[in-house]
Write a protein that binds this ligand. Structure first.
Ligand SMILES: [Fe+2]
Length: 380
């Protein structure tokens, strides 16, 4: 290949908050009412609980309780539930539950945010909780004092015994992990798309005390996507427990579950493939958050991610700002699926026209979104 045919290879810039380019707007942080200290579980309505349970079992979760009305699934960690599905007429995301420290935090939410008290029997693992509804109509539960479960056995990670150049910790031993579902240890993060990014970001930061870890901005400098972490002070928190992405609809994008290592990710992939589930994307490594990923569709086409080796940060780590480009989603791996880029089907056109008609989207912003999400790789 001649030099003139070689493609430009580049890494996206990332600017710490104190060194922002002049056109980039900061994502303002409101005063937080409470600080969530863990992501608890997700809530869905599902038409077919049998099919859902089968998929989640192959995905590496375990059934805690199941009847005609409800399905509760756990991971191998101590959380009493990481996934809750109620039987219903359609399959849809209902909302997310986070943990707070104590009852005082719940009372604050009742008094200052109009939160509604939940009946104790509605909360997996018991305890107390309140319900809020976000500006897009999704449920947000805040709970405390759930009873933990005994952890399930989880095989030891293999990477401490990875042989490398000049480093041979594994001598006279092999790498032969059992072929089994990738044990989903815990719920790591949930990602939502929203039409009104600015308002939703303010609302979630206020009600959960979230810290923006990485903010992605459009060409005009306006923030349009943020990876939020929990404020755990000096304790390390996942790079993101919650992500909001500005777009053209209110939508659950995906949720992600931590597995023990890359071999679990890969062998879990084989188990899901062998059992006929639909693969979406991976295996690869993300840029923002750094995690190794593998995405799958559940029976209703909802996206679920296995991940391992994600970044963690303490509360004092500065927020960084990164241009929003589809190419910035992943460091390596298969090309991003077309479904994550700009869609030009009739349904999408209808959604766009309706937003334009109602004044919820401008032509200028639509063009900015299209440019950000239109080019998966500089060389494609
Ligand atoms: Fe993810």
């Amino acid at each position: 290949m001649t030099a003139s045919l070689r493609v430009p290879l580049r890494t996206q810039p990332a600017y710490p908050e104190h060194a922002l380019p002049p056109q980039v707007q900061r994502l303002k942080r409101p005063v937080a009412l409470v600080k969530a200290n863990a992501l608890a579980f997700l809530m869905f309505e599902k038409c077919d609980l049998d099919a859902t349970e089968t998929f989640l079992t192959d995905f590496g979760m375990h059934t805690v309780a199941r009847d005609a009305d409800q399905l509760l699934m756990r991971g191998s960690d101590t959380a009493p539930c990481i996934y809750l599905a109620r039987h219903g007429n359609r399959s849809r995301y209902l909302g997310t539950a986070f943990c707070v420290a104590d009852e005082a935090e719940l009372i604050k939410l009742e008094r200052q945010a109009g939160a509604r008290r939940l009946p104790t029997d509605a909360i997996p693992g018991g305890g107390s909780g309140v319900e809020l509804i976000d500006p897009a109509g999704n449920l947000l539960w805040l709970v405390c004092d759930q009873s933990p479960l005994a952890p399930l056995p989880l095989r030891a990670p293999l990477h401490p015994l990875t042989n490398s150049v000049g480093h041979l910790p594994r001598v006279n031993a092999t790498v032969r992990p059992p072929l089994e579902p990738a044990a989903a240890a815990r719920l790591g993060h949930v990602v939502l798309q929203t039409i009104d990014f600015s308002n939703m970001a303010q609302w979630y930061m206020r009600h959960l005390g979230l810290i923006p870890t990485d903010v992605q901005y459009l060409e005009d400098g306006s923030p349009n996507l943020s990876f939020f972490r929990l404020d755990l002070g000096a304790a390390p928190a996942d790079h993101h427990s919650f992500v909001l992405a500005g777009g053209i609809e209110e939508k659950y994008e995906h949720s992600a579950y931590e597995v023990v290592d890359l071999d679990a990710l890969g062998q879990g992939h084989n188990v899901l493939r062998a059992n006929g589930h639909r693969h979406m994307w991976g295996i690869g490594r993300h840029v923002l958050g750094s995690q190794l990923f593998d995405y799958w569709y559940d029976p209703d086409g909802m996206e679920f991610e296995h991940y391992t080796d994600g970044d963690v940060f303490t509360a004092d780590y500065p927020t960084h700002y990164v241009p929003l480009e589809l190419s910035g989603i992943w460091a390596w791996g298969d090309d991003v699926p077309a479904s994550m880029g700009v869609q030009r089907d009739l349904g999408t056109l209808f959604k766009v026209f309706r937003l334009l008609w109602r004044g919820r989207l401008s032509i200028a912003r639509l063009k900015l979104l299209g440019r950000a999400m239109g080019h998966p790789r500089p060389w494609l």
